[in-house]
Design a protein around this ligand. Structure first.
Ligand code: SF4
Length: 231
């Protein structure tokens, strides 16, 4: 089994300045120079709505992405729209263009149960909100029928999955692997997990990792702002 321990400190995580924010700043200045209407989405505007470069620009938050058509239409009319409040989880079946047509990146929850002082993701993603097992299994069935070869479960903390809705990660994983074709034509990759919650389910997780359609791989970040602690 492969366990990938990421050793890093606070400012390497996703919403922070490099590379997401600098890529965003470059795109914003390109669009402004070309005088193009612009909508910015994702963690950076959600977590840092007051950034100077976002002034006068439409922004759409991470849990409002299902309203992107409305926001684009209003922006094209010359209005500045800001949709950042959180509501129910967006549907898993929103139309999407996969970067790699054989890989489905499937979010199993948003947010986390942590309160790590160095983390900006928490500001953007908020408290744990898990998708139901039924909705995730339905999505798996659809993507398998579409010919997807790998399903990557994604989460801020995979091990925390389900604690807000009265279930847990082993229940989800067992339900998903039951839908994967026996010929291993679609493989499952379990996403990043912090240690605390997954430790409660180690035996069940080990058994899921032995399934022929599951990569025997866990990604465990070990984070601290202190080099001494990391060491
Ligand atoms: S658990 Fe992860 S996402 Fe949540 S606050 Fe801590 S570092 Fe951030």
């Amino acid at each position: 089994m492969w366990i990938n321990f990421d050793m890093y400190c606070c400012h390497s995580r996703c919403t922070v300045k490099n590379p997401s924010q600098s890529a965003m700043s470059t795109l914003i200045s390109k669009c402004k120079t070309a005088n193009k209407p612009l909508v910015v989405a994702g963690c950076v505007p959600q977590g840092s709505r007051d950034l100077k470069e976002l002034e006068g620009i439409s922004i759409i938050g991470v849990q409002q992405i299902d309203r992107v058509v409305e926001v684009v239409e209003e922006t094209l009319k010359g209005h500045e729209v800001r949709l950042l409040s959180r509501k129910t989880l967006p549907s898993l079946d929103l139309p999407k263009v996969r970067k790699n047509k054989f890989i489905e990146i499937l979010p199993i929850n948003v947010g986390c149960l942590g309160a790590c002082t160095y983390c900006k993701t928490k500001h953007a993603r908020g408290h744990l909100g898990s998708y139901s097992i039924d909705s995730l299994v339905d999505r798996v069935k659809i993507v398998v029928s579409e010919g997807v070869r790998e399903i990557w479960l994604s989460s801020e903390d995979t091990g925390a999955y389900g604690r807000d809705i009265g279930t847990n990660l082993p229940n989800l994983l067992n339900a998903i692997v039951a839908e994967l074709p026996a010929d291993r034509s679609t493989m499952l990759r379990i996403g990043m997990t912090n240690p605390p919650f997954i430790l409660e389910h180690l035996n069940e997780i080990a058994s899921v990792l032995r399934h022929p359609c599951v990569y025997t791989f866990l990604h465990v970040p070990v984070q601290s702002g202190s080099d001494a602690v990391l060491k």
